[in-house]
Design a protein around this ligand. Structure first.
Ligand SMILES: [Fe+2]
Length: 680
């Protein structure tokens, strides 16, 4: 940190030089925020001091209007020597400094000036071109690509296209492809996106100021210069930003309504807010770090906000999905369960049409549903239309005109915008479950909503419609259609044995060699169930037959009883009982040995010295790719006996299931198995 502090000091000295001596260079933006039918905020940053001027007008050559001086809100990085009433951009609090590595410093880059130009007096539904300047020196714009469009008047008939993205801010190729796919779709269909909703996790890994720049503002700049992004805070932004105080890089980046600037009821906080566009009421919640109980401030505000909503459509968005079994499980995780149990009842009693969330890295789209508040989620009695919801298919989901309570909503998990995708189960209320990167386009035109899922290649992978017309009387379907629970489609799987009755065999496992009676679930004195395997006179090979991948991670908790001096092995690349890969724990020789069996004969690839204590739980993490295998091993006391090694393999192991091996007359116990498919 010392070097950085010296550097900051030098910059602070530079800023007391006269303004003409140091021109600012554009460091972020320009981008748009908080649009209404007569106003918008244009935001940008410079590195180094500058005199902010925004000019706009009806053509790039006639930027006749100007915003400057007091109409531009200034924020500066903490190192800048400026008047105390000028708000400071985020700087990591002193008591948190040094808890992170230096390259994860969440503080705003030194010598940063942020400008928020408040444009007012616009004509509704009008396109304006703009440019930003440092005094008279152009920084950006003044061309066909820099424009904004004011909203039509609130209440005017709805005709909008929205882009919905979640969990995208990795800076990787998938994020760029998803963005490009949207832009190609927009130009192919001749209709641009009017509004952009990001449902959180836009700046991995920690939502630092630098990560916002590299993983959000830079990759999306061509869209952000014309389209307001309305954000919801994700847990990754929550590493450095706080909903309760409204402080952090996330809160610096966005200007969202807190005083009902764009309709709705004033929330008084940027953590949750609402706005109206045409005949649609939008409400954004903070599912990450605020009190989610039904009596807390956020729920109280939501009730008040929805009570006053005078719209034909109601769309709600936040980060943690009420229904998912993608990379997260809403039956098992508190934030997700609380959003379902505490917020879905409020939203549905106000007639919500659509909920948009992310967090779970997958695309899941529900049937038309209402009242699914139980944990675990079941589809019985909560589905109002179990068809595909497609005009031209089973027909659109139908609701009455206007906002009426409990006529059904569609839940979309759009957490597939860039980060690694996966699936660990089947959420029974879902109509479509797609493990591909992509995003969602929403077209709302009058009484018809069309949702389109575009994958990263630009292919349409799901379409559904909601039509709100006349009076519809919802009927609950007792035994609705159910998505097929196809375990071979899972990309993440956690097998524990607590749900299995002691004495019975675990599902999905197959003994491929050895005595089939020797796999059974037993109960520990502490109430935990585990899987106990015993080999008799023959070696025992068991495989988990329903997991099929050539690139995967595999983690297990294994315990060798004290009487087992022969050890045990974990299998991978299993083809048949004579051809497989094996990682063998050998207590007698004090080694971990990696071998490949070809036609029953063992070729040792490598051996690593390791004490293998009996009677203790050992954790094994194995990562297999086409070219190498990485093994990590830890005992229960963690860290004390950790080994890690990587071996290169010259030919890929076959795409095949995994399992374990026991030598004759031995036994072992397993607490859990966790698989992750990295093939996709
Ligand atoms: Fe998340």
């Amino acid at each position: 940190m010392t070097n950085l502090r010296l550097f900051s000091l030098a910059l602070a000295l530079a800023t007391i030089l006269p303004a003409w001596a140091s021109a600012g260079s554009l460091a972020r933006g320009p981008y748009l925020q908080q649009a209404t039918s007569n106003s918008i905020v244009v935001v940008w940053r410079t590195k180094g001091v500058s005199t902010p001027v925004l000019r706009y007008g009806n053509s790039p050559d006639a930027l006749t209007e100007e915003v400057s001086g007091d109409s531009v809100i200034l924020r500066v990085s903490a190192d800048i020597n400026a008047a105390t009433n000028i708000p400071r951009l985020y700087k990591e609090p002193a008591d948190e400094i040094d808890q992170r590595e230096a390259d994860h410093d969440p503080s705003t880059a030194a010598n940063t000036y942020q400008f928020e130009a408040q444009v007012s007096g616009l004509q509704p539904d009008s396109k304006y071109y703009y440019a930003i300047y440092d005094n008279n020196q152009p920084l950006a714009g003044g061309d066909e690509n820099h424009y904004f469009v004011s909203h039509p008047r609130i209440g005017s008939s709805t005709d909008m296209r929205l882009w919905v993205v979640g969990d995208s801010g990795t800076g990787e190729i998938e994020q760029a492809m998803v963005h490009d796919a949207m832009r190609a779709y927009v130009s192919r269909t001749g209709r641009s996106v009017d509004h952009y909703i990001h449902v959180g996790d836009m700046a991995y890994s920690d939502g630092t100021d630098r990560e916002f720049q590299d993983n959000f503002f830079a990759p999306y700049q061509t869209t952000l210069r014309n389209t307001v992004c309305w954000p919801a805070m994700g847990n990754h932004e929550g590493h450095t930003s706080r909903g309760i105080s409204g402080i952090g890089p996330y809160y610096d980046a966005y200007v969202v309504p807190t005083r009902a600037e764009a309709g709705g009821v004033a929330s008084g906080t940027e953590a949750y807010y609402s706005f109206d566009i045409e005949e649609v009421h939008f409400t954004c919640l903070d599912s990450h770090d605020l009190d989610r109980s039904p009596d807390a401030a956020m729920a109280q505000w939501l009730r008040a906000d929805l009570e006053q909503a005078n719209a034909k459509w109601l769309v709600a968005f936040w980060h943690h999905p009420p229904y998912t079994k993608g990379s997260h499980d809403s039956d098992r995780e508190q934030q997700l369960a609380e959003m379902r149990e505490n917020f879905m009842p409020i939203l549905e009693s106000s007639g919500v049409d659509l909920t948009l969330t992310g967090h779970s890295h997958i695309y899941e789209r529900s049937m038309l549903m209402d009242g699914a508040y139980d944990t675990p989620t079941t589809a019985k009695g909560v589905i109002l239309d179990d068809g595909d919801g497609r005009i031209g298919g089973d027909g659109a989901y139908r609701k009455s005109k206007g906002l009426r309570p409990h006529e059904g909503s569609v839940s979309i998990v759009s957490g597939h915008g860039g980060a690694g995708i996966s699936r660990q189960g089947t959420m029974p209320v879902m109509r479509e479950i797609i493990i591909e990167h992509g995003s969602v386009i929403l077209d709302i035109e009058g009484d018809t909503l069309t949702g389109t899922m575009l994958n990263k290649q630009g292919q349409i992978r799901d379409v559904f419609n909601i039509v709100k017309r006349g009076r519809v009387r919802p009927v609950r379907i007792k035994n609705p259609w159910q998505p097929i629970h196809d375990i071979s489609l899972l990309t993440e799987l956690l097998l524990e044995f607590n749900d299995v009755a002691p004495g019975s065999a675990p599902e999905g496992w197959r003994v491929v060699s050895g005595n089939p009676s020797s796999l059974a679930v037993t109960a520990e004195p502490n109430g935990e169930n585990l899987l106990r395997a015993e080999a008799n006179a023959e070696p025992l090979l068991a495989q988990y037959a329903q997991f099929d991948s050539s690139a995967f991670e595999f983690e297990t908790g294994i315990r060798l009883p004290p009487e087992n001096e022969k050890g045990a092995g974990l299998l991978f690349g299993y083809r048949d009982p004579r051809n497989f890969g094996r990682i063998y724990l050998d207590p007698a020789a004090s080694v971990i040995r990696v071998s490949r069996f070809v036609d029953g004969s063992e070729n040792i690839i490598t051996e690593e010295a390791a004490q293998i204590p009996s009677g203790l739980w050992l954790k094994f993490e194995i990562q297999v790719t086409d070219v190498d295998i990485e093994v990590q091993f830890q005992d229960e006391a963690e860290q004390t006996r950790e080994i890690e090694f990587t071996i290169g393999i010259d030919s890929p192991f076959p795409k095949s299931p995994i399992g374990f091996y026991l030598p004759p007359d031995s036994s072992a116990e397993f607490l859990y198995f966790e698989f992750q498919d990295n093939d996709r």
